[in-house]
Design a protein around this ligand. Structure first.
Ligand SMILES: O=C(O)CCC(=O)C(=O)O
Ligand SMILES: [Fe+2]
Length: 366
C-alpha cells in the first residue's frame, strides 16, 4: 500500500536580532499578528506619580508587574499637555514634508553623533531585515536645554565627552517658525516625566526612590521623530518594514504614536501582537540597559513597525537612559546567592556604542 508523507510547515521561524553582545535569536510563531490584550500590555494611570508615599509605592507595584511581564505598558494621565504633544507632532509633519534640499540642511551625515535627518531607507535597525522605510529626525541631550537648569560652566569633566547634543539640528531648521521652541518644549516635558518615572522604577526594583537620581543628571535623552511614508502598493508594505524588529537600547522609552497604528510587540510566547494607538496615552517599554541592570528581571521586549496603511504615520519616541559616563553594575537588589550577577558593570554610553558598532558590522556582512 502506498504511503503519503505530508510535510507541515514549521510553526515557528527564527528571528535574528542585534544586541550589544552581537546577534541573538527569538523563535517566532507564524500565526498572523493579533491584537494585544490588557494583561499583556496594561494601562497604568499616572495620576499619583507625584502623590503620597503610599500611592507611589502602589504605582511602583504596577510598574514592576508590567516590566517583569511583557515589558510594555500604556500610560495615561501622564501630565504632558495635549497641546505640547500636538505642537511637536505638527512640527514633525512640517519638517518631513519639506523638500529634500531643506531636510538635507540637517542631514545626519553632517552630524558627529547621529543627530538630524535620516532619509528613507538610510537606517537598518535590524541588519538581517530590509532597510527601514521610515525617515527620522533626532536630537540628543544638551544640558543647555535641560529643564533642571544646569550651570554650563560646572559640567563635570567626565560627563563632557559623552554629551551628544549638536546645535546643527537647530541651525538647519531655523527657517521653520517655532520649530526649536516647540520641539524642545515637548522634549523637556518628556525628560521631566522620565525623571519622575525612574523614581518609580527604582522603587519597583526595591531600591530607594532617589537611587537613580545622581545617574540621571545628564541622562541619555534622545528626542526622535519618525515618519513612515504611506505605502504606495500592498506589495511594498509586505516586503518593507517601517522599522525592523529590535529592542531599545537604554532604560526605557516613552513612545507617542499618531492614530494610524502599526506598532507590533513580540510576546513571551513568540506571537506578534498589535499595540494600537490610544488617544492621550504613551506606550512605555523597557530597554536593554535596564534589563541588564535588573539581571534580566525587567524585560526589554522586541518590537517593530509594520504598517499596511495607505496614509502617512508619525511617532515620537523619547529614549531615556543614565548619564553616559556612569559605569553601573547589576543592582544589589536583583542578586542573591542563587541568582548571581550575570553581567559586568558597564556605562550606558559604552553599552549604546557597542550596539551601534555591532549593528554597523553586521550590516556590512549582508
Ligand atoms: O514608531 C513606532 O511606533 C516605534 C518606534 C520605535 O520602536 C523606535 O524608534 O525605536
Ligand atoms: Fe523601538
Amino acid at each position: 500500500m502506498a504511503t503519503t508523507t505530508t510535510t507541515t510547515a514549521p510553526e515557528t521561524y527564527r528571528l535574528e536580532l542585534m544586541s550589544a553582545n552581537g546577534t541573538v535569536f527569538r523563535d517566532v510563531l507564524r500565526t498572523p499578528p493579533r491584537d494585544c490584550d490588557r494583561s499583556e500590555i496594561p494601562m497604568i494611570d499616572l495620576s499619583h506619580l507625584r502623590g503620597t508615599a503610599e500611592q507611589r509605592r502602589a504605582l511602583s507595584q504596577t510598574f514592576r508587574d508590567a516590566a517583569e511581564n511583557t515589558g510594555f505598558f500604556y500610560i495615561k494621565n501622564h501630565g504632558i499637555p495635549r497641546e505640547t504633544v500636538q505642537a511637536a507632532f505638527k512640527q514633525a509633519q512640517t519638517f518631513f514634508t519639506q523638500p529634500v534640499e531643506l531636510k538635507s540642511l540637517v542631514a545626519q551625515s553632517k552630524s558627529k553623533h547621529f543627530n538630524g535627518w535620516a532619509e528613507r531607507h538610510a537606517t537598518r535597525i535590524n541588519p538581517r531585515e530590509a532597510r527601514d522605510r521610515r525617515e527620522g529626525f533626532t536630537f540628543r541631550y544638551n544640558p543647555r536645554y535641560d529643564p533642571e537648569t544646569k550651570d554650563l560652566d560646572a559640567i563635570p569633566e567626565e560627563v563632557k565627552p559623552w554629551l551628544r547634543g549638536e546645535e546643527m539640528v537647530w541651525d538647519g531648521t531655523s527657517h521653520i517658525p517655532k520649530f526649536k521652541e516647540e520641539m524642545l518644549e515637548y522634549w523637556r516635558s518628556c525628560l521631566t516625566l522620565a525623571r519622575d518615572m525612574i523614581q518609580i522604577f527604582a522603587m519597583a526594583l526595591d531600591c530607594p526612590e532617589d537611587y537613580f537620581n545622581s545617574v540621571t543628571s545628564y541622562p541619555g535623552s534622545d528626542g526622535v521623530f519618525n515618519y513612515y511614508p504611506k505605502n504606495e502598493t500592498q506589495q511594498e508594505s509586505e516586503m518593507d518594514p517601517g522599522l525592523g524588529a529590535h529592542t531599545d537600547l537604554q532604560c526605557f522609552t516613552l513612545l507617542w504614536q499618531d492614530n494610524v497604528g502599526g506598532l507590533q510587540v513580540l510576546t513571551k510566547e513568540g506571537q506578534w501582537v498589535n499595540v494600537p494607538p490610544i488617544e492621550d496615552t504613551f506606550v512605555v517599554n523597557i530597554g536593554d540597559y535596564l534589563m541588564r541592570l535588573s539581571n534580566d528581571r525587567f524585560k526589554s521586549t522586541v518590537h517593530r513597525v509594520y504598517s499596511q496603511a495607505t496614509v502617512d504615520r508619525y511617532s515620537m519616541p523619547f529614549f531615556f537612559g543614565f548619564n553616559f559616563n556612569e559605569k553601573c553594575s547589576v543592582l544589589p537588589t536583583c542578586v542573591d546567592e542563587n541568582n548571581p550577577p550575570k553581567y559586568e558593570p558597564i556605562s550606558c554610553g559604552e553599552w549604546c556604542r557597542l550596539r551601534i558598532s555591532k549593528t554597523y558590522e553586521a550590516s556590512k556582512e549582508n
